[in-house]
Design a protein around this ligand. Structure first.
Ligand SMILES: Cc1cc2nc3c(=O)[nH]c(=O)nc-3n(C[C@H](O)[C@H](O)[C@H](O)COP(=O)(O)OP(=O)(O)OC[C@H]3O[C@@H](n4cnc5c(N)ncnc54)[C@H](O)[C@@H]3O)c2cc1C
Length: 396
């Protein structure tokens, strides 16, 4: 069968069937980074997305400095390009507010960025597109995925079939690959929901600081104001899905209550203008381990539930897992061995790198929960210079 596959691969289009080496579903941070890492591998890659780029992704838009480290590891020029593409988006500190409105600031040792995902993801996708060995298909949803002894196969909404040696599921929180090949089911203890709305003209916006608020009556969860360029900001509110379901919380309504009823925040929004309707999306958290690969497939980013359980950051882990999946493919291609046992090495590498952080941040999420006085006290203690330094080391 392998002979038949290779023979067919020489004629990469058969009727309505395309033959490639690697199929990547989803061209967000995970999928585009995977495709970029495969650039010099000589492999034929199909990068598929149901949307047409530039496309929006509901997010806080905070891209941590780790993203730059990952880009640098792939190719130092990518980091330079990002800095040139995204000037005036530097984030140098985080400001946390306790329920009694005392603040705690942390300076980052390395600068992060706040960039609309529509722009950041498109920038990354354009780089993936430059690889001529990539077949790019946009605006076409993957409807079916399967694997068998000889290949992985996807069927698109227009009826096109694509066959590859291996499939990488980078298709986000509602991943068809995770559902169909990994039997993924949402576990609300390890899943969050969040909403976002862009605003302009919020008073007192500090251009280089992420603002995070722990608010009485809205715990466990947090409200954020993240600054963008042009006096605009990404405003949002998120919570653990278990709490949302238990207390029947309407996140959109809660966010507007916060903006309209909490005096310290209301004052800041007095002259602000919403730039869109509130939009919500899910966050599969990394606080539970899953099998993230199997026979001829790997899952990356949100499809693999790799979001930080405390901060809600998932862009950097999506990019890093996309890079790891690509490197695993490069390792396995010579032996043409994409069996479950071989790809297990990918799971091990991902969790070796990320699980320590996920575990600690999960404890912190559970510890703080809705404990108002504990959060007040910790934010007070966090202002002691030595403690501040230790926490900065832990997170930033
Ligand atoms: C409200 C909110 C705020 C957040 N804030 C932050 C933040 O500030 N910083 C941070 O680091 N992280 C944040 N996150 C998490 C972050 O958005 C995700 O972790 C990140 O987008 C994961 O990237 P990804 O490439 O895995 O998936 P995605 O970015 O979701 O990309 C998946 C891609 O797959 C495509 N796709 C899906 N299904 C199909 C299909 N069937 N066929 C073809 N294509 C398909 C989609 O169109 C999409 O382009 C936030 C999340 C939410 C919901």
């Amino acid at each position: 069968m392998e002979f038949v596959y290779l023979h067919q691969l020489k004629h990469t289009q058969l009727n309505n069937t395309k033959l490639v080496d690697v199929i990547i579903i989803g061209a967000g941070p995970a999928g585009s980074t995977c495709a970029i890492t495969l650039k010099n591998s000589g492999l034929k890659v199909a990068l598929l997305d149901k949307e047409t780029f530039p496309r929006d992704k509901i997010c806080g838009d905070a891209v941590s400095s780790v993203a730059k480290r990952i880009l640098r590891q792939i190719d130092p020029e990518l980091e330079t390009n990002l800095l040139a593409f995204a000037p005036k988006t530097n984030i140098t500190q985080a400001k946390l507010y306790s329920p009694n409105f005392k603040s705690l600031s942390f300076s980052f040792s390395k600068t992060g960025h706040c960039i609309r995902r529509k722009d950041f993801d498109n920038w990354l996708f354009e780089i993936a597109k430059q690889n001529t060995n990539n077949e790019i298909i946009q605006n076409c949803k993957v409807k079916e995925v399967s694997t068998n002894a000889d290949f992985a196969e996807v069927v698109l909404a227009d009826g096109t079939t694509i066959k590859g040696k291996v499939l990488v599921g980078c298709d986000g929180a509602h991943s068809i690959v995770a559902k169909k090949l990994n039997n993924f089911k949402v576990d609300r203890k390890h899943y969050s929901g969040a909403v976002r709305q862009y605003y302009s003209n919020i008073k007192g916006l500090e251009g280089n600081a992420l603002e995070v608020y722990f608010l009485k009556g809205y715990l466990p969860g947090y409200f954020w104001i993240f600054p963008l360029s042009n006096n605009e900001a990404n405003v949002g509110f998120g919570m653990l899905s278990e709490t949302i379901a238990k207390n029947k919380i309407d996140l959109k309504a809660s966010m507007h209550e916060i903006i309209n009823n909490i005096p310290e925040i209301r004052e800041r929004f007095k002259d602000a203008t919403p730039l869109e309707a509130v939009k919500g999306f899910g966050l599969p958290l990394g606080s539970k381990k899953y099998n993230i690969s199997g026979h001829r497939f790997m899952l990356c980013g949100d499809a693999a539930s790799l979001i930080d359980p405390f901060s809600g950051e998932g862009i950097e882990t999506a990019m890093e897992s996309g890079k790891f999946a690509a490197e695993q493919i490069i390792k396995s291609i010579d032996q043409n061995n994409f069996g479950a046992n071989t790809l297990k090495a990918y799971d091990e590498r991902v969790y070796k790198k990320m699980w320590g952080n996920f575990k600690n941040h999960y404890y912190l999420q559970r510890l703080l929960s809705d404990r108002v006085s504990l959060i007040n006290t910790l934010i007070k203690i966090g202002n002691i210079p030595w403690v501040n330094k230790q926490i900065t080391k832990m997170f930033y």
